[in-house]
Write a protein that binds this ligand. Structure first.
Ligand SMILES: [Fe+2]
Length: 391
């Protein structure tokens, strides 16, 4: 584990990454360097109570003046983004700092755009259409308290629209954070189930990016590093919140996976996970955990070689196996990992009902992730995979 705070830049993102224990405290310098005198912190109520966040929000002589907006729910809605935008305008914020899981970071990104254009977020409720930001967005800083989404280095924000019951991915260059602060001491506060779901989300990012139609040598190199890191550390990170080296390794793996999938996009699992969250409130990472083995199995006919490599990256023994059998080992490895860390295994376990499968399949099909999945997907395929995951 590192014992100092370091600053890194990566080719894949304009985001500067500040990492190491105590990085949040050190990030004041990052803000000061950006010339920010007033910032809006966006977080959930539990994160607002963390001592590190309290210290950060207190500020110091000559530091950025911070206003905390802690009205975020686990799945940020357009209404919450509009409320955050109003809070930011009232505070005359010059930057938005998202501290939390993917939801708070995604909300911070959307709020950074909403502050300068009231109602902007509502205008983006257009499935399959590109996100439009033509009014400028405030600079964004992201501070993850889970190792999962990698939102801190990518330009995506997942927003739930309450009136249309849709969960859409907003995607725009202006939503790239200027700075990401990876402080592993912040991960120790998350409940076990949240750490597990976040880690499985990161694994899903890495796997779907590795086998993606858009994968290149560079994206696969990043995704491979992430798969190795998650397979080697998620069990320890899930078993003990205080295992700081494991938390730090997971934090880095989740960020590295994001560098990969921001280029490739994802696949069938993420396309199918969004309706589970929008219609049944299933947390994003839990939805991915349940769907990942089924999505991988669906993809074996088109991505057997890549999935066989995934199996090896996860430490599975594939010696002497056919490509198809080795790919099957990747699926088994994921199922074993999910079981070892106590993740739910079926949609029925988390309250999803079979009568919603057709509506969920219709909602999944317009996702941009469908087009980059290695195997061509029909709506009947999606319904069949939902059926398998019902349990
Ligand atoms: Fe995800």
């Amino acid at each position: 584990m590192s014992d100092t705070v370091r600053i890194e830049c990566f080719d894949e993102t304009p985001t500067r990454v500040v990492s190491g224990p105590g990085a949040l405290d050190s990030s004041r310098a990052c803000l000061a360097g950006m010339g920010i005198s007033r910032a809006l912190v966006v977080c959930g109520q539990n994160v607002a109570k963390l001592p590190q966040v309290g210290m950060f929000a207190c500020g110091c002589e000559g530091c950025t003046d911070v206003t905390v907006f802690s009205g975020m729910s686990p799945d940020p809605t357009d209404e919450e983004v509009m409320a955050g935008g109003a809070a930011g305008r009232e505070a005359n914020a010059e930057a938005v700092i998202g501290i939390g899981g993917g939801s708070s970071m995604d909300a911070a990104k959307a709020i950074a755009a909403e502050i300068g254009h009231e109602g902007w977020v509502r205008e983006q409720d257009r499935p399959g259409e590109p996100t439009v930001i033509d009014h400028g967005a405030l600079p964004i800083v992201c501070v993850p308290t889970t190792a999962g989404t990698g939102s801190e280095v990518n330009p995506f924000a997942v927003i739930t629209y309450t009136q249309t019951e849709r969960k859409l991915v907003l995607n725009h260059e202006a939503l790239f954070p200027r700075c990401a602060v990876l402080d592993p001491t912040l991960l120790t506060s998350a409940p076990d189930s949240v750490r597990v779901a976040a880690g499985m989300d990161a694994l899903t990012h890495a796997v779907e990016s590795y086998i993606n139609l858009n994968a290149t040598d560079d994206t696969r190199r990043r995704a491979a590093e992430a798969i190795r890191g998650i397979a080697g550390n998620l069990r320890a990170a899930a078993a003990s919140a205080d295992d700081l080296p494991a938390q730090e390794a997971m934090q880095r793996a989740a960020m590295i996976a994001s560098l990969s999938f921001a280029k490739t996009r994802l696949g069938i699992v993420h396309a199918m996970a969004l309706p589970l969250s929008a219609l049944f409130g299933v947390p994003h990472g839990v939805a991915n955990t349940i769907l990942l083995p089924h999505g991988m199995r669906f993809n074996i006919p088109a991505a057997g070689a890549a999935l066989a490599e995934v199996a090896a990256l996860m430490g599975e023994d594939t010696e002497g196996l056919s490509e198809e059998a080795a790919a099957g080992r990747a699926v088994e490895g994921v199922e074993r990992l999910a079981a070892d860390v106590g993740a739910p295994g079926t949609m029925a376990e988390v309250g999803v009902t079979a009568d919603a499968i057709e509506r969920m399949a219709e909602d999944a099909m317009p996702s941009a992730h469908i087009k980059v999945n290695p195997r061509v997907i029909t709506i009947e395929d999606v319904m069949a995979v939902y059926g398998q995951a019902m349990g």
